[in-house]
Design a protein around this ligand. Structure first.
Ligand code: NAP
Length: 455
């Protein structure tokens, strides 16, 4: 500040940092607008500085050479296919921070990451990979509307620091992923398609298809062949309302099976310091998705069950009166009660798996809900299914064409899981497992290391 001739103080604003953007396309324009709003000065480098489209107000535009010379940081908002024009700018780009924001349409199209290719093209520049996981849209609308996370990587710590400062000023959370060798991973982020959902979705689809055809044959085809009666209308509601709970219960028990398998594996090996096989690792990692899909199927089951009283087929049959049977009343009410309790807990499990909720829980609270209440849910739902079967397990007439009904098949996995869990809960087994999980090993570790030295 200085004293002006009139005697009042005027403050000369500190000179704003000038940043350069190559490319006046969608991304370049959105980025420039955000930078200008944050208080930076922006200069565009373009192939056609005099005829490019509308640019954010306040930005300058010039040739690539002139723009590069005027700024220390250059955002390269051009597709990888067009990087070759940079080769003519090698001298202007020397020592500059070159930010690569590019993505590809598919994975593995090029042998090396775009940012690594850029670094090879301009060895004298400090290439930083950043911003590629944002969209032009989210840049324009501000981070409150879209992702706040910016990933970055690069070989020069100072260059990265400059980009971190800019991104932070723009309102993003920055996560440094290390050297430029991480660029490939960052470039693959926007191309991911629900990777952790793939296995659970395939499983859900496979189980649904299997049980649909299994029940179609047992219910509809069997009745048609053996009794010459067409009950195909049952496909829409009755069959669906058998398939969905079956798939739901199997998927729920598959959430808890890998934990039990892992416990037995640790007991068998007598140590926790050996890696689990890959399939078990992958299975453990998708438990949340398995559980959420199971919850989805359970919700469908609830909705289908709610419409039972208004179905034409049911109202038609209700007119046939019979004697009141108290045992039957107990059975049916217990069956519904178990189902309702199971579903209530199911919902709690689903809600507590939401990141905002689970982040607010302590480790003990989370494991209380997901493990203790989870097993209780599995128990209620399994018991619900046993009550549905009641005495039908022993009556041969229910084994049409020598096949067991669908709900009997679906009881296998949950029953096994609960039986194994009971074994683990036995005090002697529980004690060994706890010891192993706190680092105790059955075999003498010294002897083991000697053995591994010999082989
Ligand atoms: P765009 O709209 O097609 O703009 C690309 C710009 O590159 C053009 O406007 C042009 O600017 C310049 N250009 C085109 N051909 C060139 C050549 N042969 N030589 C030199 N410059 C050339 O693309 P965009 O959507 O802005 O994407 C730009 C980069 O951002 C890409 O690498 C993309 O992967 C990345 N990205 C985009 C988004 C998004 O949401 N759009 C999101 C993440 C990452 P001039 O005419 O001024 O030279």
């Amino acid at each position: 500040s200085f004293m002006s001739s009139t005697g009042t103080f005027t403050y000369s604003a500190p000179e704003q940092e000038l940043l350069c953007i190559f490319g006046t396309g969608d991304f370049g324009r959105s980025l420039g607008q955000r930078l200008l709003q944050t208080g930076y000065r922006v200069v565009y480098g373009s192939r056609r500085p005099h005829s490019c489209g509308p640019l954010p107000q306040g930005a300058q535009v010039m040739s690539h050479e002139a723009a590069a010379q005027s700024a220390g940081v250059i955002f390269l908002c051009v597709h990888r296919e067009n990087y070759d024009f940079l080769e003519t700018l090698v001298t202007q780009l020397k020592g500059k921070v070159l930010v690569d924001v590019s993505n590809n349409l598919k994975k593995n199209v090029y042998p090396e990451a775009n940012a690594e290719y850029l670094q090879r093209l301009i060895p004298g520049a400090h290439v930083v990979k950043a911003f590629n996981t944002l969209s032009a849209w989210s840049l324009q609308n501000g981070p409150s509307d879209a992702s706040r996370q910016v990933y970055l990587c690069g070989n020069s710590a100072e260059a990265k620091q400059q980009v971190v400062e800019t991104a932070t000023k723009l309102g993003f959370n920055v996560l440094d992923r290390g050297t430029l060798s991480a660029a490939r991973e960052l470039e693959d982020f926007p191309l991911q398609l629900f990777p952790e959902w793939r296995l659970p979705l395939r499983l859900a689809f496979g189980l649904t298809a299997f049980f649909f055809f299994y029940l179609l044959i047992r219910d509809v085809v069997y009745t048609y062949v053996e009794q010459d009666k067409d009950i195909s209308f049952r496909i829409m509601v009755s069959l669906a309302n058998k398939v969905f709970p079956i798939v739901s219960l199997i998927m729920l028990s598959l959430c808890y099976l890998p934990g039990v398998v892992a416990a037995f594996l640790q007991l068998y090996r007598g140590t926790k310091y050996k890696r689990f096989p890959d399939w078990l690792d992958r299975w453990m990692l998708c438990r949340k998705q398995l559980g959420l899909l199971a919850l989805g199927f359970a919700s469908l089951h609830v909705l289908y069950t709610l419409i039972i009283p208004i179905r034409y087929y049911v109202r038609f049959r209700i007119n046939q009166t019979s004697v009141f049977d108290t045992t039957m009343a107990w059975r049916v009410d217990s069956y519904y009660a178990m189902g309702i309790l199971g579903f209530g807990l199911y919902l709690l499990l689903g809600i507590s798996s939401l990141p905002s909720v689970s982040n607010a829980l302590s480790w003990r609270e989370f494991s209380f809900i997901q493990s203790k209440l989870g097993y209780l849910t599995l128990f209620f739902c399994t018991f619900h299914t046993y009550l549905y079967g009641w005495d039908k397990f022993l009556r041969p007439s229910y084994y049409k064409w020598y096949t067991p009904p669908g709900y009997m098949l679906c009881l296998v996995v949950p029953s096994v899981v609960m039986a194994l869990k009971l074994v683990i809960l036995l005090p002697c087994v529980d004690r060994s497992l706890t010891r192993i999980r706190r680092g105790w090993e059955r075999t003498d570790p010294e002897g083991d290391s000697k053995k591994s030295l010999l082989t």
